[in-house]
Design a protein around this ligand. Structure first.
Ligand code: ADP
Ligand code: MG
Length: 247
């Protein structure tokens, strides 16, 4: 992300954010409520348009194509196809309620990527197994616990074979006893080399899996670096004040 600005009305929520996420690394974004973390993730996926600056993935602009010296916004269908390169896991799961777990996982690869159903289903079953839900393929979301629903959502995000996986507070809607099973899945993905950007308040977990911790406040990246630096020896007073509150 380079020089990204984003306002809602007169409120400038992202005030010039630069962020580099390297392949295979886990970037954990922390910061107070309202600091712009969710908006940051949403502009990466072009769920929100940037006002200024740009987001690029493997050299391709997100949401736009270059035409000479000008940019044109991609068409909806092209945006949907581009989004298949970016998996998104939301705080509140957002599964399709009328579809089974398996159908939730197969939907995007079939409809947005046009891949053959048989191949997609086989891969979806393997993904459900990977998140520990091989026996829940035919269950609908309302028949699953929150932790199980979030694991289906992770399998769904992986089904398009994305380049990067974004998580927006994936455990904050869960009952405490269900948090561990979701963190375990994210932990396995991180160790398997998946590129991850994770917004979370689970500081202990961030310390375990992050290659880079990014502290945001007031729409800016205040500081970033390895967890041992940002979490244990923060340079900025605002980072220290935040950590004092959450640790
Ligand atoms: P965080 O995820 O760090 O809590 P957000 O990115 O959700 O922060 O929000 C940052 C600020 O932008 C907040 O003040 C929030 O109220 C505001 N905001 C977020 N989304 C919208 C929106 N769609 N319209 C207007 N204001 C919004
Ligand atoms: Mg948020």
């Amino acid at each position: 992300m380079h020089g990204v600005h984003k306002s809602y009305g007169t409120l400038e929520v992202l005030q010039g954010v630069d962020l580099v996420v390297r392949p295979g690394e886990v970037t954990v974004v922390i910061g107070p409520s309202g600091s712009g973390k969710s908006t940051l993730l949403r502009v990466i996926n072009h769920l929100e348009k940037v006002d200024r600056g740009f987001v690029a993935l493997d050299g391709d602009l997100i949401g736009y194509a270059r035409r000479g010296d000008t940019l044109r916004e991609l068409k909806e269908k092209e945006i949907l196809r581009q989004r298949t390169r970016i998996g998104f896991v939301f705080q509140s799961f957002h599964l399709f309620p009328h579809l089974t777990a398996l159908e939730n996982v197969t939907e995007a690869p079939i409809s947005a990527q046009g891949r053959p159903r048989a191949e997609v289903e086989a891969e979806a079953r393997a993904l459900l197994e990977r998140v520990g839900l091989a026996d829940k393929a035919d269950a609908r979301p309302r028949q699953l616990s929150g932790g199980q629903q979030q694991r289906v959502a992770i399998a769904r995000a992986l089904a398009t074979r994305p380049t990067v996986l974004l998580f927006d507070e994936p455990t904050s809607a869960l009952d405490p006893e269900l948090v561990g099973e979701v963190l375990d899945v994210i932990h396995d993905l991180a160790h398997g080399g998946t590129t991850i950007v994770l917004v979370t308040h689970e500081i202990a977990f961030a310390r375990q899996i992050a290659d880079t911790v990014v502290f945001m406040d007031g729409g800016r990246v205040v500081e970033q670096g390895p967890p041992a630096q940002v979490l244990d020896h923060p340079v900025h007073a605002r980072t220290r004040a935040f950590l004092d509150k959450v640790l």
